[in-house]
Write a protein that binds this ligand. Structure first.
Ligand SMILES: *Cc1c(COP(=O)(O)O)cnc(C)c1O
Length: 388
């Protein structure tokens, strides 16, 4: 129980790396010896391995998930004059990617049970300019591939998946990154597959999009000093690719650890439903990879989210909020013309959601300690709690 007295972190990356430390050090050492720091062997190796694991033909490594969205959309010929539908409740990078591609972001609301994009709401946002939809596979759960494909078919849209939280997630026989025309992944350190710094990748089944991505990430050049696109410098570092290549074989195991942890949270939190602690629902079975385990603190709870988070923090239990302000209400984007009240479900979720500790290696007793702490917090007298 020593572990618990020291508190429970929200994520513990050290734990994951300890078990394969020698292997990771050797991989880094090999790059130092080879000296192929830019677009080296490990990059093409990892691109091929990750694409193949995800069931698509092409993977193009870039500098971040944000770049994967921006450049990926550009490679799909989405840009000025095009409207792109995306959920209001996503990490701001989805929005930034659309804006950087030059397209117009069109937000829609989400399903309050799963926090995933509401396709009925999306249908109402269609205009003659709508070219694409970005389903965000939020928290590690895919947006229903069948419904998405039907939707895209009905309105003649391109699907560009934001799979930054969904490495090797699956649903109804489809894999994340293999549903749409192209998909963006992030290897930010705390993602299910994380680098030792920033990194990202575009996956696609389309060889022309893959070819264009290769140009866009490398100054638009097909050969040195010959530029056929106006590209940029956004490459996945060889060092990062070497780390990711070593970690990839463990990802399925790490994802299933997360799934088991989520099952235990579900079981132990069930009695707290009457106290207003409601887990975000899983509609995709074992294909959910639980990048995050999120509960809603709903109106029937005697305490609000802020109070519960503060109480947990006092007990040295770290939590997160993903995300506290929906994109349409961020101060930087008031020029898009949205306002409070536009997306009631996303706005309500932003006030209620709380992400509990979640990482491979989180122990049964730690999970129990988190749930016990929540139970004691919500069952105590509010007065007494406020004075703590
Ligand atoms: C992490 C994340 C991104 C951005 O990835 P970076 O590598 O941090 O640029 C985009 N979309 C979602 C949903 C994310 O979680």
């Amino acid at each position: 129980m020593n572990q618990i007295n020291q508190g429970i972190p929200f994520v513990d990356l050290k734990l994951q790396h300890q078990s394969i430390q020698t292997q990771l050090e050797q991989a880094i050492q090999a790059v130092l010896e080879q000296g192929d720091f830019i677009l080296g062997q490990a990059v093409s190796d990892f691109e091929a391995a990750f694409a193949s694991a995800s069931g698509v033909d092409y993977g193009i490594g870039v500098a971040s998930g944000t770049d994967a969205i921006a450049l990926g959309l550009e490679a799909c010929n989405i840009g000025v004059g095009d409207e792109v539908i995306l959920p209001a409740n996503t990490f701001v990078a989805t929005l930034i990617g659309v804006l950087r591609a030059g397209a117009k972001p069109v937000f829609v609301d989400c399903d309050p049970q799963t926090a995933l994009i509401d396709l009925q709401a999306a249908a109402k946002a269609i205009t003659p300019q709508t070219k694409a939809i970005i389903p965000v596979h939020l928290y590690g759960q895919m947006v229903s591939p069948k419904q998405l494909l039907d939707f895209a078919d009905t309105y003649n849209l391109l699907i560009f998946e934001d799979a930054a939280q969904a490495h090797l997630a699956a649903r109804d026989g489809y894999q994340a990154g293999a549903v749409g025309t192209a998909a963006a992944f992030s290897f930010y350190p705390s993602k299910n597959l994380g680098a030792f710094g920033d990194g990202g990748m575009v996956l696609t089944k389309d060889s022309n999009i893959a070819k264009k991505m290769l140009l866009l990430r490398n100054y638009g050049s097909s050969q040195k000093y010959f530029h056929i696109e106006s590209g940029t410098n956004s490459r996945l570092d060889t060092l990062q690719a070497a780390v990711l290549r070593e970690k990839l074989p463990y990802l399925t195991k790490w994802n299933s650890d997360r799934y088991q942890i989520a099952q235990q949270y579900n079981r132990e939190l069930a009695p707290l439903a009457s106290a207003g602690i409601i887990p975000i629902q899983n509609h995709s079975g074992i294909g959910h990879i639980y990048h995050l385990y999120v509960v809603k603190i709903d109106d029937s709870c005697p305490l609000n989210r802020q109070q519960i988070q503060a109480e947990l923090s006092a007990l040295k239990i770290q939590t997160g909020i993903h995300y506290p302000i929906p994109c349409h209400l961020q101060p930087a984007f008031t020029n898009l013309g949205y306002q409070l009240g536009d997306f009631p479900q996303a706005e309500k979720l932003a006030k209620q959601i709380l992400s509990l500790p979640m990482y491979p290696g989180l122990s049964n007793s730690q999970i129990q300690a988190v749930v016990t702490a929540i139970a004691s917090i919500v069952s105590s007298e509010p007065q007494q709690l406020l004075s703590v």
